[in-house]
Structures are given as C-alpha cells and as structure tokens.
Design a protein around this ligand. Sequence first.
Ligand code: FAD
Ligand code: FES
Length: 326
Amino acid sequence: MSNEATAQPVCAVRARVDACTLVCREHVAIECVVDAFPPSAPGQFLQLLCRDSEAAVSALVEWSDECRPTLSDKDLRASAPFLRRPFSIADQWSTPGGDVHVRVLSRAVGPGTRWLARLRAGDTLDITGPLGRGFRIPTDDAPLFLLGGGVGIPPLLYLARRLHELGRRNVLVCFGARTRDLLPLRLVQEPACDATPTRCVELPAGAPYSAIVAGDDGSVGWRGSVVDALRAWHARHGRGDHPAVVFACGPEAMLKAVARTTRALGLSCQLCIERQMGCGLGTCLSCVVRVRDAVQPTGWRWALACQDGPVFDRDDLLDYAAVPGA
Ligand SMILES: Cc1cc2nc3c(=O)[nH]c(=O)nc-3n(C[C@H](O)[C@H](O)[C@H](O)COP(=O)(O)OP(=O)(O)OC[C@H]3O[C@@H](n4cnc5c(N)ncnc54)[C@H](O)[C@@H]3O)c2cc1C
Ligand code: FES
C-alpha cells in the first residue's frame, strides 16, 4: 500500500471562492483558492465554517436561574450553524504560480449546506484541513474499482485524479444516484444501460477511466444500485487472476451492501464512512465507530471516524461485519 493514508499537517485558512456552481438539482461545486495548503490524500476531509466568520453566532440570550430563555422554532431555524461541517475533498491541485485550488461538492440538506449554496465568486470561506486518513492505494497492479453513491461521490473523484497522476491504468469507476438529476457529475456522453463501462463521465485532470453510471429509477445508465452494477460487472469481467480492490463511499445502507457483496465476491474493500461529526478533530467523540482489535479482551475497541478514518478497511469495521444469512 502507498502512503496515501499518512496523516498530514493540518491548517486553518480563509480561502477565496473562485466559483460556486450548481452541478445537479441539490449539489453545488465550490472551488476555492488559497496561497498555501498542505498536500492531502483522497478520502481526507475539510471542516468548513458555514456562516460569515465575522457574524455573531446568534443574538446574545439573557440567561439566569429565574429567567430561562425560550427559543421558538423560528429562533432556532434563524441561527447560523455554530459547528463547522465536514466535507470530503472532491479535488485539489496546485497552479504553476503556487496557488492551491480546493474543490468540494455540497448537497443542500440543512442550514450549513444551504449557506454554502449561496456562496459567490469573491466570497471568503474558512477551511480547516486536511483531516482524517485517506484511501490506501495498493502498490501492486490489482484492478481498482471506485464505487460512489450520491453524496459519497466526491472523494472518489479526487481518488481518480490521484490514480491518474500515479499512472494507474487498470481503474474502473462506478457512480450512482437515486435519479439522473441528483447525480453530481458532468456526463460527456450517455452512459450504457447494461453496465458496460464507457468514457461517459468527466473526471478531474482528464483521468481517462471508463465509468458505469447507475440510477435507481432507470433515468440514467444502469437501472439499479451501484452494488447491483458491481455484481453485473464482476459476473462478466471480474474473474481475472487479480481480484479487484474496491474503494467505496456513500450512504450507510449502500456501504453495508458493498461490504456484504465484496466479501461474497472475495474482493478486498476500503470504506469511506460519513458519521455525524461535531469537531472533526478528535475531541467531541461524536463520531465513534467499533473496530476490530485482537488485543482487547472483547475483540474490539472504539475508534474515531474523524481521526482513525473516515477510510477504514471493510474487515476492521465491526458494524459492517458479515451478518449470518446475509
Ligand atoms: C467525513 C465526511 C465527509 C462528508 N462529505 C460530504 C461531501 O463531500 N458533500 C456533502 O454534501 N456532504 C458531505 N458530508 C455530509 C455533510 O457534512 C452534512 O450534510 C452537513 O454537515 C449537513 O450540515 P447542515 O447544516 O446543512 O445540515 P444539518 O442540519 O446539520 O443536517 C441535516 C440533516 O443531515 C443529517 N446529517 C448531517 N451530517 C450527516 C452525516 N455526516 N451523515 C449522515 N447524515 C448527516 C442530519 O442528521 C440532518 O438530518 C460529509 C460528512 C462527513 C462526516
Ligand atoms: S468529530 Fe469530534 S471526535 Fe470525531
């Protein structure tokens, strides 16, 4: 394995927003420029301050034992998000002049992501990162299968760039969403309906990889989930001498299905999990996850998704372990 997972220095910067563009019904792509930013690994994430940094968090509230504040739904909804929000790095590159460009794809689901969607070129965005541990890239020439569902697609776009820079050729991409207009990608041609990989997706740095695209409702590409598409591809092409290594990110239910399927197919697999994260820095313990640990009498211990992950080997994650009958 290469050292993609090695922890890097973390920094906090105020970035200039270069563009904020709608890429599908609910996702915007935010591209920022900073004078300097540490190198990062695909799978690592950023903590973004999703409010004006000068603005007070909310109006000061008078508080005493005799007089407790009453906050209505309206007050709570109006408050700016206090905690930073975690986002995978969807791309990062440097210009010859030394500027660093960082890209995230954000799906609007609440106050923080709605604030991000309103950013415009020239605005400022407070970024902390890169955080966590990224994907570990095998150094042998095993085929690599990048599997992303919906909000889990961004780290795999960045992984495609990195694999291209490393000169890896045997790479296949499979992206899916519930329906066509929730797919946060630019399609350069119509994807095949039968899970045949084609050069249909625009990837960072012009990475020349073929892709399978899946839409749950049949509105784009293969009708069904990315996990069904992986099974279909494997039945046709996956039985070579070298079993593929699968890198996956997406909703929890999808990742559990990926864990079951890759185990059944005898493929190794790394999962990038997206837990609720209060701090992203290892202090609040909101992101605990159970991992195998043979040294412990119980055979497992708690780990922090923000520091020990978010990328884990499938077999280390207890909650993704084989379920009898699955
Ligand atoms: C490591 C990591 C990487 C992520 N990368 C991306 C990304 O690239 N693009 C993207 O759009 N989103 C990503 N997310 C999810 C993103 O952080 C949340 O959508 C965001 O924090 C929501 O903030 P909000 O204020 O808009 O909504 P909130 O009001 O905070 O949340 C809205 C709803 O989303 C749920 N939610 C919040 N965070 C998560 C989470 N981590 N997992 C599941 N449900 C959640 C809440 O329970 C609530 O129901 C990532 C999360 C993690 C942990
Ligand atoms: S997010 Fe706070 S400890 Fe992991």
